[in-house]
Design a protein around this ligand. Structure first.
Ligand SMILES: [Zn+2]
Length: 684
């Protein structure tokens, strides 16, 4: 999984005792999610082997109702969180159970506007499919999905067939190997896909929504390069028969590595301009790396979670190093070292082997532990250790000890200090990390430039100029940020040199930090509106609009029709600014206001809605429709958006007149919205 660890610090895992009487082997399931009732109908055929004599085994299943079962030797019954299979089971014998069920999933399967999709990790597949919450019983899942004819379906494994059944289409998928239940997934939506192949011949299916066909190439850029790089670098072939990637609207995380079918946030769908600032490459590589680290070999329990996330993070970094070069690699390592050091300095450092550690620890400290280990033992020993570790435990579960044994087999170097420092310590070993970073000449030059921050301008001007002329993305940005607040005429030449580099990141630093914009620099600055970066364009448009009231209309005209990222950052800003621009006529403004309000409705992704609510709230433009949409957002499945909406509504209702108004509106609201208000505010 890939989470933004600044936002999600703790991940809730439950503890699951493994049943020691049974090994579930294979499951064939037909799933029919019903949008209207948010219910799932299912048919399951599950085979298992008993490890010793017993009269009952169970599958995890949250609030399921078994409708029918038909097997002579096995009786099927439900409890609140289980489905029991009972019979006179002999030791080491294989049995099969068959049953149909219905369930109303509270989590883990989501019905959002025109997509239906699942998220197993942290949410438990057992809310929609009888399965095993513990990671240690791996099952070969063959999923079939019954969906409306006009929709496409994606699930784990190869698509065998699509046949018409009951007026719907039945999509039949086949897995060849077992996996833990949290990796089972399905998605239903309006998707197309492009197929490419890895160098080794694995079919790779790149999904996109029909409207985004032109964004497929930039979104999935380097996918083939990444999989080829991993097969070579890891030394073990991609373990599954196919690989699909699917953008999910309103997804809960950045990405999720379901076996053979990664789901990722549609916010990463970009055109070639968006690619510069917000591309999918890192998440793409991270989820792909999990197909080995997490899916092929799986931790036995949470205390070893870094075996998934530290490895996926580190291999994604290696892929980026291959694609974008050493500077980029060290820049990212430098940034995570800073975060880890800050957290550690505040006494918040965590052991890597801590079942309750934060994402920052599992992901970034885990990656650092591997980086230091690789430097210590050398590339060849590292690669050999990884290779034998993966081969030995393929389709099984692992502990940190299993990894260490594999490493120790490949090297004579004593690892006890590394273990102590990187696995056991709560503190981040900043000095050791710093020594490693200083192997990069780029980091040396960057840190040298950063030391000028406290130096008076006259003493550093020449050196900053040199830093800008060198045209390095990160060092150039650092130099530009140091110019902010200096008397403009003293630094004009440096800004001009910076614009002249044509480096979009150095130029972006100007858009983000030069304030106010001097009159005499206006036309040079305005050229930033045409830079191939939506971040730059957004900042430049806003700053020009604020600084030069007489030219507002001119700049807005220039940017009309530009949408920006998937969150429509530029269009939403543009609409908001027109409402405060005198030259637009009242009917035009009414149209723009209407469009902006429309973006708060549930048919749009939460990233768009969130920004639209912000703009409308700050402009005091909460019409009835916006208010209805805000109440709707208060019950959204994505907690961060839901909480933000709830806060805005609380704030809004502090005014008695607003409260009166919403109470009058209540009659027109949908059931979910009404229930939220009744429950939250005790309204009738
Ligand atoms: Zn991950």
């Amino acid at each position: 999984m890939y989470k933004c660890f600044l936002l999600v610090l703790l991940m809730s895992f439950g503890l699951h005792a493994q049943q020691d009487t049974v090994d579930f082997l294979a499951m064939e399931a037909v799933i029919e999610p019903i949008k209207e009732t948010k219910m799932v109908l299912g048919t399951v055929r599950v085979s298992f082997e008993t490890l010793r004599a017993t009269d009952s085994v169970y599958l995890d299943a949250q609030n399921f109702q078994v409708l029918e079962s038909a097997m002579e030797s096995v009786t099927v019954s439900t409890a609140s969180d289980k489905i029991w299979l009972t019979g006179k089971f002999q030791p080491h014998k294989k049995y099969t159970a068959f049953f149909t069920y219905q369930a109303v999933p509270k989590q883990s399967l989501y019905f959002s506007s025109d997509q239906i999709w699942t998220q197993g990790q942290g949410k438990y597949t057992s809310h929609w499919l009888p399965s095993v919450d513990s990671m240690t019983d791996k099952i070969e899942f063959d999923i079939s999905v019954l969906a409306p004819k006009e929709k496409s379906v994606i699930a784990n494994g190869n698509l065998l067939s699509v046949t018409e059944t009951k007026g719907k289409n039945l999509w039949k998928f086949d897995m060849k190997h077992p996996m833990s239940s949290y990796l089972v997934a399905l998605a239903i939506g309006d998707f197309n896909y492009r197929q490419i192949h890895s160098g080794s011949g694995i079919p790779i299916q790149l999904y996109y929504e029909s409207a985004d066909s032109l964004k497929a190439e930039p979104t999935y850029r380097y996918t083939r390069e990444i999989i080829d790089f991993f097969e070579k670098k890891i030394g073990v072939a991609y373990p599954w028969q196919v690989y699909k990637q699917v953008p999910i609207r309103d997804f809960l995380y950045a990405g999720m590595e379901n076996t053979t079918c990664t789901f990722f946030s549609a916010a990463f769908v970009v055109d070639s301009i968006g690619f510069a600032d917000r591309n999918y490459v890192n998440v793409n590589a991270h989820e792909l790396a999990h197909q080995w680290f997490g899916n092929l070999i799986t931790e036995t329990e949470e205390v070893h979670h870094w075996l998934h996330e530290g490895f996926a993070t580190y291999y994604a970094l290696l892929a980026e190093k291959e694609l974008f070069g050493d500077d980029y690699f060290y820049w990212k390592l430098y940034n995570t070292a800073e975060q880890l050091k800050n957290s550690s300095d505040q006494g918040k450092g965590e052991r890597l082997l801590d079942a309750k550690a934060s994402s920052l620890t599992y992901y970034e400290k885990g990656a650092w532990a591997l980086h230091i280990l690789k430097e210590k033992i050398g590339d060849e020993a590292f690669r050999n250790a990884i290779k034998s570790y993966l081969n030995k435990f393929a389709f099984q579960n692992v502990t940190t000890e299993d990894f260490l044994v594999a490493v120790e087999h490949e090297t004579a170097i004593d690892l006890s200090e590394w273990k102590e420092n990187w696995l056991e310590q709560t503190a981040f070993k900043a000095e050791e990390a710093y020594q490693s970073l200083m192997r990069s000449q780029f980091i040396q030059r960057y840190l040298e430039t950063a030391t000028f921050r406290s130096v008076p301008l006259t003493e550093k001007k020449l050196r900053l100029k040199k830093a800008i002329v060198a045209n390095n993305d990160f060092i150039g940005q650092e130099a530009i940020y140091q110019l902010a607040g200096e008397p403009f005429e003293e630094v004009r030449e440096l800004y001009e040199v910076a614009l002249g580099t044509q480096n979009i990141f150095i130029r972006q630093a100007i858009a983000l930090s030069l304030d106010p914009i001097p009159e005499s620099f206006q036309s040079q600055y305005a050229a930033l509106l045409s830079d191939p970066s939506y971040l730059t364009q957004e900042a430049a448009l806003y700053n020009l609009w604020v600084n030069f009231p007489e030219k507002r209309k001119m700049y807005l005209d220039q940017m009309e029709g530009v949408v920006g990222f998937q969150n429509m950052n530029i269009r939403l800003l543009w609409l908001s600014l027109t409402l405060y621009t005198d030259e637009y006529l009242i009917p035009e403004k009414a149209g723009y206001s209407n469009e902006l309000q429309n973006y708060t409705s549930p048919q749009y992704s939460y990233e768009i809605r969130e920004k639209a609510f912000e703009y409308l709230y700050s402009m005091n433009l909460f019409t009835d429709r916006v208010l209805e949409n805000l109440v709707n957002a208060c019950s959204h499945h994505y907690w961060r958006f839901r909480d933000a909406a709830r806060k805005v509504l609380d704030e809004y209702l502090k005014d008695d007149l607003h409260e009166k108004r919403l109470k009058e509106l209540m009659g027109q609201l949908g059931e979910i919205e009404k229930q939220y208000l009744q429950h939250k505010y005790n309204w009738q």
